[in-house]
Design a protein around this ligand. Structure first.
Ligand SMILES: *Cc1c(COP(=O)(O)O)cnc(C)c1O
Length: 403
């Protein structure tokens, strides 16, 4: 086995990243979650129940689509999309939410709780909770509540409680803080369902395991379609769950170039981006070690992206490790590039992407134009843009010919 095959060790370390840095009250709680997850992970019953939901409820496998018009327009490498935007609830997050809620049920919990940024994790968790008959509390920054209004309504319709967070910058990091506090108050009847490959062990590897279905399907589908493996993979990176979901199956194929795209926002000035791996340094946030945008004291600094789901000062520990061993190249796309890509994909292919996914599309368009025509690029289109249309139309519509 290669170095990658052993990830992580029993303590949840990916090299020097990951682990579990916890208040004493949570040490045994996380250990218990790890044990329960390890138990069911290889259980045939659990895997079958989850797979059945993937097929009949989520609509998996999601297709791979060859974007002929966009490819011709860019004039270079062939562009393909793994269509996670077509999943029930409109993004990849349902893949791990169903896994987490099934685990909560097995553990005898009554309620699942979580933070949300763009609202996608909240909607996906509220959906899984409705389906599997669990109570659900979602913590969300007040800024994101305004920006992602349709998702707030969806969560409420689904029967979840949406709890506004007014601390700090009122965005994703503060919502995580609030959710941790709420979890500390009752770890018996609640399970904290973290929304990405972040947080203390076992969440980075557990959420990854639930997302690897994306890459497993993609590999088979791509070979069926083209006869060969893709030459390049691209995904946006917030915490890193959609990216690691696509990448995992291909990490050992060393000829494949893999790119994770972070948001460079308005500029690389402090507070104007969330390019964690490009601008950050190793540190600790929310119970794990990773690349982090931090001050001299190790406190996370405010970050920004037009895409709420990418707006986090840390990043998954496995991505931090993959950066150091240079298996994945972490690059950036700005707000402007993402918005351009949002309109381009909408108008050339008739696919409105999530603003998060638009960062991956933006980088892919640049890369495609530079590469020869016999090369291929497979992009994880992590979500659809329905949630973003009002915000985009109001803020950018005029610049793109909308009245
Ligand atoms: C949440 C979200 C992301 C960012 O989260 P990752 O864990 O980095 O995947 C990306 N795309 C969409 C559509 C999302 O909802």
């Amino acid at each position: 086995m290669t170095k990658l095959g052993f990830m992580p060790d029993a303590q949840g370390n990916f090299g020097e990243y990951g682990g579990a840095f916890l208040p004493p009250e949570l040490v045994d709680v996380m250990k218990n979650i790890t044990e329960e997850y390890e138990k069911i992970k290889n259980e045939v019953d659990f895997q079958e129940e989850l797979y059945d939901l993937y097929v009949h409820y989520v609509g998996r496998p999601s297709p791979i689509y060859y974007a002929r018009s966009l490819t011709e327009k860019m004039g270079g490498a062939k562009i393909y999309f793994k269509r996670e935007d077509l999943n029930h609830t409109g993004a990849h997050k349902i893949n791990h939410c169903l896994g987490e809620v099934l685990l909560a049920k097995r553990m005898g919990k009554k309620k699942v709780i979580a933070e949300t940024g763009a609202g996608q994790h909240g909607v996906a968790l509220a959906t899984a909770a409705a389906l599997l008959d669990m109570e659900c509390d979602i913590y969300m920054g007040e800024v994101d509540i305004v920006k992602e209004h349709p998702n707030v309504i969806r969560m409420k319709i689904l029967g979840a409680n949406v709890i506004p967070v007014s601390m700090g910058t009122k965005t994703l990091k503060d919502a995580v803080d609030a959710c941790f506090m709420a979890y500390l108050e009752d770890t018996d009847s609640q399970l904290y369902c973290i929304g990405s490959v972040v947080g203390p062990h076992p969440f980075p590897s557990m959420v990854r395991d639930f997302q690897t279905v994306v890459g497993r399907e993609a590999k088979e589908q791509f070979i069926t379609m083209t006869g060969v493996l893709p030459d390049n993979l691209i995904a946006c990176v917030g915490g890193g769950s959609n990216a690691i979901g696509l990448f995992t199956e291909f990490l050992k194929d060393e000829d494949i170039n893999i790119y994770g795209v972070e948001p460079s926002g308005l500029s690389f000035k402090p507070g104007e981006h969330a390019a964690t791996m490009t601008m950050g340094t190793p540190g600790i946030i929310h119970g794990f070690r990773c690349y982090l945008i931090q001050d001299e004291k190790g406190e996370p600094l405010p970050v920004y992206s037009v895409a709420s789901g990418l707006d986090y000062p840390g990043v998954g520990p496995q991505h931090s490790y993959l950066k150091d061993i240079k298996r994945v190249k972490y690059v950036t796309a700005s707000d402007k590039e993402a918005i351009d890509a949002f309109f381009e994909l909408s108008r050339v292919e008739g696919i409105i992407p999530a603003l998060e996914s638009a960062h991956a599309v933006a980088y892919a368009m640049k890369l495609a134009a530079k590469l020869p025509k016999d090369q291929t690029i497979l992009i994880n289109l992590s979500g659809r843009g329905d949630k973003d249309i009002d915000f985009v139309a109001e803020k950018y519509g005029q610049d793109y010919g909308m009245e």
